[in-house]
Design a protein around this ligand. Structure first.
Ligand SMILES: C[S@@+](CC[C@H](N)C(=O)[O-])C[C@H]1O[C@@H](n2cnc3c(N)ncnc32)[C@H](O)[C@@H]1O
Length: 232
């Protein structure tokens, strides 16, 4: 996949707001807040220049941690520079304070929220605390998506929603073609078999949007899955 394609294939501010809204991150919900402290964690796997991660931190009071992981050192460096510029100029504090006020919240708790921009391979990332995950999966191969589905279903203990630009290659229960496939009993959660679709503005669309698939995530009810969740 070319550098140009990766750099061009992005979600901008309007699309990001549509995405957050469809993921249920844009409105205050009491179940997402614990004693005045937000408890959602937004993860962008393959975060490029970090735009989406930064925007989730700036505009979503319900998110206490925004995480982006990016394999390319150059794009990671761009993301870090973007973040540092926003922090040093005071823009982060100013916008977050406005976002909190717009929800009618005290601004005191906004200081507890963090951004983690990580340079590395998404397959090495700890996703056990992620509640909402985004995959700009147009750039990922089918075999990579299969590995991502396995990772999500074996490690995504806290996940509620996964958004993906491509339909994900789900494994049905008992559907193991090869020994190396992950056994059902290691899956702690299951991606819903009926994702819903919304049109979201992307860098390459002109008002008509691009289809994005939203998967709700359910706890797996195999005994081993329940036991593994308990250990966590
Ligand atoms: C098109 S960009 C998405 C940018 C960002 N998510 C957005 O919406 O603005 C996809 C990114 O995934 C990254 N990527 C590909 N494989 C990866 C891996 N194994 N681990 C982490 N990042 C990866 C690429 O380097 C690329 O920057």
């Amino acid at each position: 996949m070319s550098y140009l394609w990766f750099s061009w294939c992005l979600v901008f501010a309007t699309g990001a707001r549509q995405l957050f809204n469809h993921m249920g991150l844009s409105a205050p919900k009491s179940r997402n807040i614990d004693n005045g402290i937000p408890k959602l964690q937004f993860f962008d796997l393959g975060s490029g220049g970090g735009r989406l991660v930064l925007q989730s931190h700036l505009e979503l009071p319900s998110v206490c941690r925004s995480v982006g992981i990016e394999l390319s050192p150059t794009r990671h460096e761009i993301a870090m520079r973007r973040m540092n510029k926003l922090v040093v100029s005071g823009t982060v504090d100013r916008i977050r304070e406005l976002a909190y006020k717009s929800w009618g919240w005290e601004t005191g708790s906004c200081s507890s929220s963090v951004i983690d921009l990580i340079e590395g391979d998404l397959f090495e990332l700890d996703i056990t605390k992620a509640t909402h995950m985004y995959l700009l999966s147009l750039c990922f191969s089918e075999s990579m998506l299969e590995r991502i589905v396995d990772k999500i279903e074996t490690e995504g203990f806290s996940l509620q929603i996964v958004a993906s630009l491509r339909l994900l290659p789900l494994r049905k229960s008992g559907d193991r073609s090869e020994e190396k496939d992950t056994p059902d009993n290691l899956r702690v959660v299951r991606l819903g078999e009926n994702p819903w679709m919304e049109f979201i503005e992307m860098s390459w669309t002109r008002g008509d949007g691009c289809p994005v698939y939203f998967y709700s995530v359910k706890k797996s009810n195999t005994k081993q899955g329940v036991d593994r969740r308990r250990i966590q």
